[in-house]
Design a protein around this ligand. Structure first.
Ligand code: HEM
Length: 446
């Protein structure tokens, strides 16, 4: 089914600026304040009022043109990467992730890093991680207490960190594992804890690197990662190793040159930051939703016990539809572009909106309901199901994350009955970047 297109008549509201679609006439600081506390209300409210394309203005970020129409989203995701920049908008992350991070680059340098990173995240290579993922999940889940209210999100974070340490860093045991785990946890705090992010916003990304607590955490993590890289370069069993770091040591740029230590360090931290919190939170949402739909949980369990994966896959797709952890993705225009009848000027950002695309009743009847069944016969659409963004910037770990979610949920439902700890569904709460369950997915496992 196709959604309404932006060529439908729009309400007669004056455009705030020539070339831009309409939007709330409030001053930028007020729009920013409302956005930071109630982003979803802004999105729904503006869509009701202005339709599938509207403009909002956010301090520090600039002008965003929000897109909910699948045709407009397709245009952005298939557009020329020279015109639709994603890395520019992530500039602030360069402070912690470094200049080579695939997240902060655009155009050729971006594609070149992306190509180096892609191989471990697909096909057989990725499926090779199943055993490690399963063992880590079994061990972690066995340690969860039974019969009392328990917030799952921190446990899911511990679990996804362990999986990244094993499959991405290839560090598997002993003191080095404990040391790296601790340093990475502290580092993650910098990127996910709003209190830790505050100095970044207050004193700006350039000066923050010299700021004591920041500097110490980054230096510690850097020291440990550079040590791992040096050891891996010397490893005699490199050929047999399948972890991402070992594959990066063997990877070559188009001109045949190897990756530098700095490039590897930046990409390892990028994979950690992009893949840890997102997967842990999505897993927490899956459990939160399932705990409130016992009949779906029963169906999932009996399918899994019979060795079938179809309902498990559909459950993951529906969780990512109804509770996407990232609500929109951004592309900054380097030249004017016509979208949905508007000639948008260079410098504004267009924002395919995950939330609104996923709540389109023409694509998803009864969009507020948790219905994994909707994906059993209809695979998700490329421009209507976009929890991982799209185009040349689509999440590099999308298959890895869904594979990991499947492994963890399989092990969890095989072992436990799951009940919600409180009667009311958990509200959506924005924590730094991701949209998390308000009470961290508080459930009772039996
Ligand atoms: C459920 C879990 C995840 C979600 C919902 C998610 C979501 C996203 C989204 C929305 C983007 C931006 C896409 C765009 O701008 O079009 C992204 C980018 C990215 N993600 Fe994920 N992600 C997840 C897990 C992972 C994992 C496990 C990894 C790796 C271990 C990963 C690595 C990356 C990288 C490297 C990028 C940047 C890609 C580029 O700029 O070319 N993500 N992710």
């Amino acid at each position: 089914m196709e959604a309404a297109t932006t060529t439908a008549p729009r309400p007669a509201i004056r455009a705030p600026e020539r070339g831009l679609p309409p939007g709330p006439p409030l001053p930028k600081p007020i729009q920013t304040a409302i956005w930071s506390r109630q982003a979803r209300r802004v999105l729904y409210g503006c869509q009701d009022r202005y339709g599938d394309m509207f403009t909002i203005r956010i301090a520090y970020e600039g002008t965003w043109v929000i897109l909910a129409d699948p045709e407009a989203i397709k245009q952005v995701f298939t557009g020329d990467p020279k015109v639709f920049h994603a890395g520019e908008g992530n500039e602030i992350l360069a402070t912690v992730l470094g200049r080579n991070s695939v997240l902060v680059l655009d155009e050729k340098p971006h594609m070149s890093q992306r190509k180096l990173l892609l191989p471990p995240f697909h096909g057989e290579r990725m499926q090779g991680y199943e055993q490690a993922m399963t063992e880590i999940a079994e061990q972690e889940i066995e340690s969860w207490p039974r019969g009392k209210p328990y917030a799952l999100r921190p446990r899911m974070q511990a679990l996804t960190l362990e999986i990244i340490l094993n499959t991405v860093f290839g560090v598997r045991e002993g003191e080095r594992l404990a040391e790296l785990r601790e340093a990475l946890r502290e580092f993650l705090d910098l990127t996910t804890n709003p209190a830790a992010l505050l100095p970044l916003l207050l004193i700006g990304p350039e000066r923050v690197r010299g700021f004591g607590p920041f500097r110490r955490r980054i230096d510690r993590v850097d020291g440990l990662i550079y040590r791992e890289i040096a050891e891996r370069r010397r490893a005699e069993d490199l050929e047999e190793r399948d972890d991402v770091l070992s594959l990066l040591v063997g990877a070559r740029h188009e001109d045949g040159s190897p990756m530098s230590d700095e490039e590897m360090r930046d990409e390892l931290l990028t994979l950690l930051v992009a893949g840890h919190e997102t997967t842990a939170t999505s897993l927490s949402w899956a459990v939160e939703r399932l705990s409130r739909h016992p009949e779906k949980l029963d169906r999932l369990r009996s399918d899994v016990e019979d060795g079938h994966d179809a309902y498990l896959t559909a459950t993951i797709q529906e969780t990512l539809r109804l509770r996407p952890v990232i609500s929109l993705v951004l592309r900054k225009l380097t030249e004017p572009v016509e979208i949905g009848g508007y000639e948008l000027p260079a410098g504004v950002s267009v924002a395919p909106c995950v939330y609104l695309a996923h709540r389109n009743p023409e694509v998803y009847p009864e969009p507020q309901r948790f219905l994994p069944e909707r994906f059993l016969d209809n695979p998700p659409g490329t421009y209507t199901w976009i929890p991982f963004g799209g185009g040349v910037r689509r999440c590099l770990g999308a298959s890895f994350a869904q594979f990991e979610m499947a492994v963890v949920l399989r092990e969890l439902v095989k072992r436990h009955q799951i009940r919600p700890a409180k009667a009311k569904s958990e509200r959506i709460f924005r924590r730094a970047i991701t949209e998390t369950p308000r009470n961290n997915a508080e459930v009772i496992l039996d």
